[in-house]
Ligand binder design. Structure first.
Ligand code: EPU
Length: 339
């Protein structure tokens, strides 16, 4: 069992790579470790479970306890003629798991290749890309309630999955620690090519196998999204806003080229389009900027103060609100705000 370390730098543990120190930092190497450390963990009012650090912006020091699980292992639990049930520990790397599952002949996750982060983080914000959301392939999630110390299991339908949202996300960070995600994957691939750029690419190809799809998804991501190893970033900075049909109709009249998709609640607008139209695509302010290929991604060219990134984000929010009357909500978690 490890001890709580004081004043640990989070810079290399988050993909935006800005300066931030945590008051306390605790690495947890097993579920038993977590249970044994509970009373120490509970002494902190403010807690944050850190996975791959790829969806977080630190805007200051963290005056609480960072929990850093290191839980590994992939286990086939059950198998039928059609599908497999596989348990994957929370700290496994997401992309490696996608590749591994496909190599084993377990299908469904191909469109989610190359998403940064860990398996444990995937259900929290219900990661999604190119027509697939992870909720479609989750059977249940195992987690520990850090307030009570009780280990729970939540079936897929109880996880309250929605666009970049879940029961775990709503509860706020530091309450629940996901230990393991159990996936139900298909033995016969049913490739999802609904995302238009995938459909058009594969249109004239006689057959598509899961490896081809993974390769194409990786190509698309590499062409649009900056590699966090080279240019620090946290993927989409904002969510695509959902507006009522009447709001969409009005916007469409004044902006006929508006990009939007119908959803149950109305229309989901392409935030990248709004930000580009507001004039921010490719801008650079000091050492922070908006990616040249995808306006939804903020990038760090060497800034060490996360507040500068947040300042640019706020400027974008204000400008989009002024020009389109639409509120952009951060998709990235903002942490380290001083009281
Ligand atoms: N667009 C622009 N300008 C831009 C960017 C986008 O006009 O600078 C328009 C284009 O018309 C484009 C459309 O917006 O066709 C949609 O863009 P894209 O396909 O790149 O997807 P997105 O809606 O911007 C979402 C996810 C991504 C995911 C892609 C692909 C969110 C917040 N983001 O982005 O997820 O990879 O779809 O499915 O939902 C992430 O969450 O970090 C992330 C990268």
């Amino acid at each position: 069992m490890q001890a709580i370390k004081p004043q640990v730098s989070l810079k290399e543990l988050t993909t935006f790579k800005v300066d931030s120190n945590a008051d306390g930092f605790l690495q947890l190497d097993s579920v038993d470790d977590i249970i044994e450390c509970l009373s120490q963990i509970q002494q902190y009012d403010q807690r944050l479970v850190l996975g791959g650090g790829s969806n977080i912006l630190m805007v200051g020091d963290y005056s609480g306890l960072i929990l850093y699980p290191q839980l590994f292992g992939i286990n086939l639990l059950d198998e039928s003629d059609n599908d497999v049930l596989v348990a994957v520990a929370a700290s496994e790397n997401w992309h490696n798991w996608v590749l591994h599952s496909s190599q084993q002949g377990w299908h469904g996750l191909e469109n989610l290749a190359l998403i940064p982060g860990t398996v444990g983080a995937a259900p929290i914000q219900n990661i999604g890309a190119y027509g697939v959301e992870v909720e479609q392939f989750i059977d249940y999630v195992e987690y520990i309630d850090l307030d009570s110390g009780v280990q729970h299991l939540k079936k897929q339908r109880e996880c309250e999955f929605a666009y970049r949202d879940s029961f775990f996300k709503k509860a706020g960070q530091g309450r629940y620690l996901v230990t393991q995600v159990v996936f139900r994957l298909l033995k016969q691939p049913q490739l999802n090519l609904t995302y238009q750029p995938l459909a058009s690419y594969f249109e004239d190809k006689p057959s598509v196998n899961p490896a081809d799809l993974i390769e194409r998804v990786c190509e698309i991501r590499r062409s649009k999204l900056p590699d966090p190893e080279l240019i620090p970033n946290a993927g989409s900075f904002f969510k695509n806003p959902v507006v009522a049909e009447s709001v969409y109709e009005q916007l469409k009249q004044s902006h006929p080229d508006l990009v939007a998709y119908p959803v149950d609640e109305g229309f989901k607008l392409a935030a990248g389009w709004l930000i580009e139209k507001a004039g921010f695509k490719g801008v650079k302010e000091g050492d922070v900027g908006v990616h040249t290929q995808q306006a939804l991604v903020l990038v760090n060219y060497g800034e060490t103060d996360g507040r500068k990134i947040w300042q640019l984000a706020e400027k974008i929010q204000q400008s989009v609100l002024q020009q389109f009357g639409v509120v952009l909500e951060a998709e990235v978690r903002i942490e380290g705000r001083q009281a």
